[in-house]
Design a protein around this ligand. Structure first.
Ligand code: XIL
Length: 327
């Protein structure tokens, strides 16, 4: 069984680089899973600003480059994550008081340098990540970028990325836009995208993170959300898929029953994607990690969980079978 060979669109996983724990570069088991099942690779952290630009104007590409070389050697495409985000900016950046024109220069230089470094090597980028909030999606999230550059920072980042990497597909990426919290946030994102398309701002797709669970969002909500993006003629990626099962914290381990629920859920999500997104708009599906022991969910939610396709011993879970069935 090979996931990638079942799909006519990229199937990816986010993986750690050196010097993170569980780095792909140090793990023959993870490399074996990548090579068997995936034809797309994303750096889980290594292409975030904190790591690519650890000191002002000083770029450190070696760890991310190792992932890109690995991907190339194994016929995988690379999806870049992420050029502009409010989290995992460098410490020097967090402490930076401004002034605004300097923050603008910092963003410009970062986007140009990173997108330029990987031009021709990276197929697509998350240009801006998580620019809207959940509670008040009509307003932009008040980030360092927004507060200093103003609402135009998003458009600016897309234009710069396109100049530096004209072949790359450029995505806006966000979480809870597939029905987890109602349609308002997605609608606001699409309003921005409509405006970009109308004015010729280079944007090619929308990334739905989809850190979801076995209950929410409903398949109908997911379907409707994808359909809204498809109606714009833009590409749709599921950019960070994981399916949590222990949101109510009742399990000490993954029970066979829950593993079956998760299996169906992976199948259903893949199916809805295939049914709703026409072939030419399928940017692909990326899992946010390989094994349950790699997943960010237990740390982030502070509870046990088993959200991915492989268990801690690198063995396929029922989820893998379900996902394959859906493809
Ligand atoms: C997460 C990583 O998985 C963690 O290792 C890191 O500590 C924090 O970031 N949305 C995103 C991703 O866009 O970049 C986040 O990745 C998960 C949520």
């Amino acid at each position: 069984l090979s996931l990638a060979s079942l799909a006519d669109f990229p199937i990816g996983a986010a993986v750690p680089a050196d010097p993170w724990p569980n780095s792909l570069m140090q793990s023959p088991q993870r490399q074996a899973l990548m090579e068997q099942h995936f034809d797309s690779l994303t750096a889980e952290n290594a292409m975030k600003m904190a790591y690519l630009q650890p000191a002002p104007g000083e770029f450190e590409f070696s760890h991310a480059d190792a992932l890109v070389s690995y991907a190339k050697a194994n016929d995988m495409i690379v999806h870049g994550h992420a050029l502009v985000w409010h989290t995992q900016t460098a410490k020097w950046m967090d402490e930076h008081p401004g002034p605004a024109h300097e923050i603008t220069q910092i963003m410009d230089n970062h986007v140009r340098t990173v997108a330029g470094h990987y031009a021709g090597k990276i197929t697509s980028w998350d240009v801006v990540n998580e620019a809207f909030t959940d509670d008040n999606p009509s307003e932009y999230r008040e980030t360092l970028w927004y507060n200093n550059i103003g609402p135009g920072y998003i458009e600016r980042a897309f234009r710069l990325a396109h100049q530096a990497a004209p072949q790359a597909d450029l995505y806006y990426n966000d979480y809870d836009i597939s029905g987890m919290i109602g349609p308002a946030k997605l609608d606001r994102v699409l309003e921005m995208i409509d405006d970009f398309l109308a004015r010729g701002v280079p944007i090619h797709g929308l990334g739905f993170q989809m850190h979801i669970d076995t209950e929410k969002p409903s398949l109908e909500d997911i379907r409707e959300s994808f359909a809204k993006a498809v109606a714009r003629g833009i590409k749709v990626r599921i950019s960070e898929l994981d399916i949590a099962v222990n949101q109510s914290e009742q399990y000490q381990h993954l029970t066979p029953e829950v593993a079956q629920l998760q299996r169906q859920r992976y199948r259903d999500v893949a199916r809805v994607y295939l049914e709703t997104v026409p072939a030419k708009l399928r940017g692909g599906i990326t899992l946010w990690g390989l094994t349950d022991s790699d997943s960010w969910i237990p740390g982030f939610k502070e509870r046990a969980d088993w959200p991915l396709l492989f268990d801690a011993d690198f063995q396929p879970k029922p989820a893998l079978e379900g996902f394959a069935q859906g493809l």
